[in-house]
Design a protein around this ligand. Structure first.
Ligand code: ATP
Ligand code: MG
Length: 149
C-alpha cells in the first residue's frame, strides 16, 4: 500500500524538483488496515511535506517502515520549514495551523492531521510529530499494532 501511494505521489514530488525515498523494512509483518483511509493518511502527510517545503532547498521526502516493540512504525520525514517544539502536539488539533504570519502563505483548513490522528487511533495506533534530525524539517511517526502469527 505504501509503495503504491508513494508511486502516485512521486510525480507530484518530481514536479517540484524534489526526491521521494522509501526505506521499507518489516515487510514480512502483517497488519490489516482500511485501505482507503490509510491511503488518505499517507497522502495527507506527504501533501503536507510538499506544502510546507522550504523554498531554498529541494524537497527531500523519506518514508520508512520498521518493527519495534511488536509494533509497525511508519515515518514520513521531510526537510521542510519545520514545526516549533511548542506546536508539535497542537498540529493534530482540529483547525489548528501554525501561526506564521504571511511568511508561508499556504492555504489549508487545519484538518488534515486531525483526520490522520483519528484514523490511526481507530486502528488502535498512535501518531506523533518530532523535529527532524539536526532540527531540520519534521518527522511524523505512526505506530500500528502487528498481527501476531
Ligand atoms: P488541510 O486541512 O488542508 O490539511 P493544513 O495542512 O493547514 O490544512 P494540517 O495538515 O492539519 O492542516 O496541518 C496543521 C498545521 O501543521 C499546518 O497548517 C502547518 O502549520 C503544520 N504542518 C503540518 N505538516 C507540516 C510539515 N510537514 N512541515 C511543517 N509544518 C507542518
Ligand atoms: Mg494538511
Amino acid at each position: 500500500l505504501i509503495i503504491s501511494v508513494a508511486n502516485t505521489f512521486a510525480l507530484k514530488v518530481e514536479k517540484y524538483g524534489g526526491t521521494l525515498d522509501l526505506d521499507l523494512d518489516a515487510l514480512d509483518s502483517t497488519i490489516y488496515v482500511d485501505e482507503m483511509h490509510i491511503t488518505n493518511v499517507l497522502f495527507n502527510l506527504m501533501d503536507n511535506a510538499v506544502k510546507y517545503r522550504r523554498q531554498d532547498v529541494p524537497l527531500a521526502l523519506l518514508v520508512r517502515t520498521w518493527n519495534e516493540n511488536g509494533k509497525l512504525h511508519i515515518s514520513v520525514e521531510d526537510n521542510g520549514i519545520g514545526i516549533k517544539k511548542e506546536y508539535l502536539k497542537k498540529v493534530f488539533d482540529r483547525f489548528f495551523r501554525v501561526p506564521t504570519g504571511n511568511k508561508h502563505d499556504v492555504k489549508g483548513f487545519g484538518l488534515g492531521l486531525a483526520y490522520v490522528r483519528k484514523i490511526i487511533e481507530d486502528h488502535k495506533g498512535s501518531i506523533r510529530a518530532e523535529q527532524g534530525n539536526n532540527n531540520i524539517g519534521t518527522k511524523f511517526i505512526i505506530t500500528l499494532p502487528l498481527i501476531k502469527s
